[in-house]
Design a protein. Structure first.
Length: 402
């Protein structure tokens, strides 16, 4: 095995180099699919790959660049900014003089702010670069509309356990790029357990396999589980422990224990959790567990989300700490949460109950003649003290919040 190649992580070494070996995304690059035709015809649009971690976004970008013979430049939105973009654009402009096109791959493009995305826009419009952005976040919310409208969005799905198992088997056997020279003793059922634990993230699976194989060439289920925990500090952002720890954070705040809440927050952030994920959970918590007891909690949570959005890590860690501490100290009420649950249950049980005639909209003469809006009492004229039914007849006098 080439010594330079061997220095790379197993997940990088095992990246497929051609579409035929790229597993799990047939709906995007399968035979006859639009993206595959674009690649084969050398007529690429700018595009956004949206999918969970380890689904192949970066790998697919590399394959595209190699197959089309474009120059491939990769940057991360976490560590790169406008200065780096200017260097890339200059390089792309130089390439165009020699009729060579340039692909700019931006990993985690959702981390770029408005100014950075706006700076990218004219170069995408002119075709100076072909942009391929990768994101785990919904691009409708995280990518500027002007930029998004000039890109095709391709959704990559979580890899199946069968896909990951196939990749793990190749990694165990491959002596050139994989771990074949280690002569690992591992049964297929052990690899299947690892594939299951990886929750669709092939990078996670390969990282754990590499770590376990470096310690012991006889891999058992217990050894894999031990390696899985140690490799990810008992915290895999997309596995069981992820949900255990966010549950611990949520329940510590619900139980009004700010110290425990800060600890679980630190466990998440120091292990690489996306701060926006935590912030979204706080927004939910503010209404679900605090609700009417303190309406300012929602303001705090939304402000924390916005601050995290334009600051990023590590600067936003103290912002989240402030919000978490505040939530934990607040008085609690789940009255809104249970009330909505009851309303939703009635919707399910009773179906589409008709809107009472007197509160229906009546924009046309015919609708008025049919009684739409008849006898409606306009609240301001009654000083908001009118006696009037607003629920369907079958739910008349129903109280969701006492």
């Amino acid at each position: 095995m080439d010594k330079e190649i061997n220095k790379k992580p197993l997940a990088d070494r095992m990246r497929p180099e051609k579409l035929e070996d790229f597993l799990g995304q047939e709906e995007v690059v399968g035979e006859g699919r639009m993206l595959r035709k674009s690649i084969e015809s050398d007529n690429l649009p700018s595009m956004i790959f949206w999918g969970p971690p380890g689904s192949g976004k970066t790998t697919l970008a590399h394959i595209i660049a190699k197959k089309t013979n474009f120059e491939f430049i990769q940057i991360s939105a976490v560590t790169s900014g406008l200065k780096d973009l200017r260097v890339v654009i200059k390089r792309a402009q130089e390439n165009s003089l020699f009729e060579k096109r340039t692909i700019l791959f931006i990993d985690e493009i959702h981390r770029w702010n408005k100014a950075q995305q706006d700076a990218l826009l004219p170069h995408v419009e002119k075709g100076t670069i072909i942009l391929i952005g990768a994101t785990t976040e919904n691009p409708s919310f995280e990518i500027r509309n002007a930029l998004l409208s000039r890109c095709r969005v391709f959704v990559l799905n979580q890899l199946s356990e069968e896909n990951i198992l196939e990749i793990l088997k190749k990694a165990v056997a491959d002596k050139d790029r994989g771990l074949g020279d280690l002569n690992l003793k591992v049964d297929d059922n052990v690899l299947a357990i690892l594939a299951q634990m990886s929750n669709g993230d092939v990078r996670t699976a390969l990282n754990v396999l590499e770590y376990a194989g470096s310690v012991d060439n006889h891999l058992t289920i217990d050894r894999i589980k031990e390696a899985f925990q140690r490799s990810f500090l008992l915290y895999d952002k997309d596995g069981e422990e992820h949900y255990n720890i966010i549950s611990a954070l949520h329940k510590s705040m619900r139980g009004s224990d700010p110290d425990a809440a800060l600890y679980w927050l630190a466990r998440m952030l120091e292990s690489g959790e996306d701060p926006l994920y935590v912030a979204r959970r706080l927004v939910r918590f503010a209404s679900e567990d605090i609700g009417l007891a303190n309406s300012r909690a929602l303001e705090q949570a939304v402000a924390a989300y916005q601050a995290c959005h334009f600051m990023g890590m590590p600067e936003c860690n103290v912002v989240l700490a402030q919000a978490v501490f505040y939530m934990a100290k607040c008085q609690k009420s789940n009255e809104l949460y249970t009330a909505y649950g009851q309303a939703a249950a009635d919707v399910k049980d009773y179906g589409n109950l008709p809107v009472p005639m007197h509160i229906r909209n009546a924009p046309t003469k015919l609708m008025k003649e049919l009684g739409y809006g008849k006898d409606y009492k306009y609240s301001p004229e009654y000083n908001y003290q009118e006696k009037q039914d607003y629920l369907p007849d079958k739910l008349k006098n129903k109280k969701y919040i006492k």
